[in-house]
Design a protein around this ligand. Structure first.
Ligand code: ACO
Length: 428
């Protein structure tokens, strides 16, 4: 429908019209860009009703439980694609042909080494540093090592930085883990896929080659695909806001990693495993659930700001979780039995049903990663390495937009009104 508008009417009878902009999918939006001319601002903490940008990358319908990357349902990508192909899709808008796929994989897998001096940079951290603290620091520091690709107005520079980030972030994440463990640095290996290489860098030692189990590598690749993008979430919005000032991509991705660290966002799968440890056994579940209903604590891995139906990623991850637990013979492991008992109780409990609280992808991904042998402190770094491509796709889309403006939200000020300075001797 052409030229739709909404009209805002004032008490004095005046009114003002705002155009309605249609999307290809999802709700229409009211274009309030001219609203500030009225002398007022809109108020929307947490962006519950605000579209901060126009984007062509990812679509989510939280009520229907749909997630599309460039129009392709996540279920189809998780089933038939692999992570690097999904990266190509997110960055370029189309699936690659065979030649493009070969070149893309080759370029990423050839740039996964780090500048050797970055290894000295790691040594500045305390051994017990959380790997996310190391990730924020080292990814930000990449801008000090790769000066030759920092012109954000040059599409070639942007592309080089994108390849560098996607290729090197797994190496940084694996090294953050190894440094913490006191293990020697493990270089990437030729001939392995992206997920296999990550497992190799995490677990191989000079005296024991890590033999990659294809079921586990496929599960990890799926975790990467499912976490690759999720439209305008907190960390992606952080990357866009940081990038809107013209900051370089390494600095922007470091900002995204910092945001992802929080327990309400990327820290959730880590929080799931900590919660399972705290609950201890199936016998303690009823008391724990009482605490959830009394709002003493939350059931981590449940609920989502956007999905008020089953998160489609959670459905896929549940299946992967079964495959991994079967492969490793862990179905009777007390921790995983406890997780499944929690899931069953929560799915049947009116508290969760009424509030439309379903398990989110992090509930199952935490269990899968733990079963693979990945320590809890590495869960969020793995989310960060998978999400790096989404952040870059959004950053690139924003920079390439000629209408880009620096992000500058306004506020409703409720602090002190103007008052005069009182010298300290005269203050009561
Ligand atoms: N456990 C118990 N109760 C919950 C939970 C939960 N995990 N999540 C929401 N609720 C309750 C709230 O207390 C509230 O109850 P009320 O209506 O009685 O006040 C109701 O459900 C609505 O919750 P909101 O906080 O308004 O939901 P919101 O959309 O703002 O929060 C969030 C979403 C932050 C993800 C929340 O569900 C949560 O904290 N979950 C646990 C952490 C988690 O798993 N995060 C991962 C998110 S996915 C991701 O980042 C990839």
């Amino acid at each position: 429908m052409e030229n739709r508008k909404v009209t805002l009417s004032y008490e004095d009878g005046k009114s003002i019209d705002f155009p309605v902009l249609p999307g290809t999918l999802g709700p229409d939006v009211v274009d309030i860009r001219t609203f500030s001319k009225t002398g007022m601002f809109t108020f929307d903490p947490g962006f519950l009703a605000t579209s901060a940008c126009e984007s062509k990358i990812t679509f989510i319908d939280g009520d229907l439980g749909q997630l599309y990357y460039r129009g392709y349902p996540i279920e189809q990508l998780a089933e038939h694609s692999d992570f690097l192909e999904s990266c190509y899709l997110l960055l370029n808008g189309e699936l690659p042909n065979a030649e493009e796929k070969k070149n893309f994989d080759y370029t990423v897998l050839r740039h996964n080494m780090l500048h050797d001096q970055i290894l000295s940079f790691f040594k500045g951290f305390r051994r017990d540093a959380h790997p996310m603290a190391v990730m924020v620091g080292v990814v930000g520091a990449l801008s000090a090592f790769y000066h030759d690709s920092l012109d954000i107005n040059d599409p070639h520079h942007r592309e080089v930085s994108a390849f560098r980030l996607i290729a090197k972030v797994p190496t940084i994440a694996a090294q953050a883990y190894r440094y913490n463990k006191g293990l020697p640095f493990s270089y990437p290996k030729a001939g392995l896929t992206y997920a296999e290489n990550f497992l190799h860098m995490m677990f191989s030692t000079p005296v024991s080659e890590y033999k990659v189990n294809p079921v586990l590598a496929r599960a990890l690749d799926r975790i990467f695909i499912l976490h690759a993008d999720h439209e305008q979430n907190a960390s992606t919005s952080t990357v866009r806001l940081a990038g809107s000032s013209g900051a370089n991509p390494f600095a922007c991705i470091a900002a995204g990693i910092a945001c992802l660290w929080g327990p309400s966002h990327g820290g959730a799968n880590e929080a799931v495993l900590k919660m399972l440890d705290e609950i201890g056994s199936v016998d303690n579940v009823p008391a724990f659930m009482e605490g959830v209903k009394n709002k003493t604590h939350k059931l981590m891995g449940f609920g989502h700001r956007v999905y008020k139906n089953m998160d489609p990623r959670a459905k896929i991850m549940k299946q992967t979780c079964d495959e991994v637990l079967n492969e490793l013979g862990l179905h009777n492991d007390p921790k995983f039995k406890l997780a499944m008992a929690l899931e069953k109780i929560a799915l049947e409990d009116p508290y969760f049903i009424e509030r439309k609280l379903y398990p989110n992808v992090d509930f199952y991904s935490g269990i899968v990663l733990s079963a693979i042998g990945i320590p809890v402190s590495m869960f969020t770094p793995i989310f960060a390495l998978a999400r790096t491509v989404g952040w870059i796709a959004h950053w690139t889309e924003m920079i390439a937009d000629p209408g880009m403006k620096i992000g500058r939200p306004r506020q409703l000020y409720t602090g002190a009104v103007r008052r005069d300075y009182v010298p300290v001797a005269e203050r009561k």
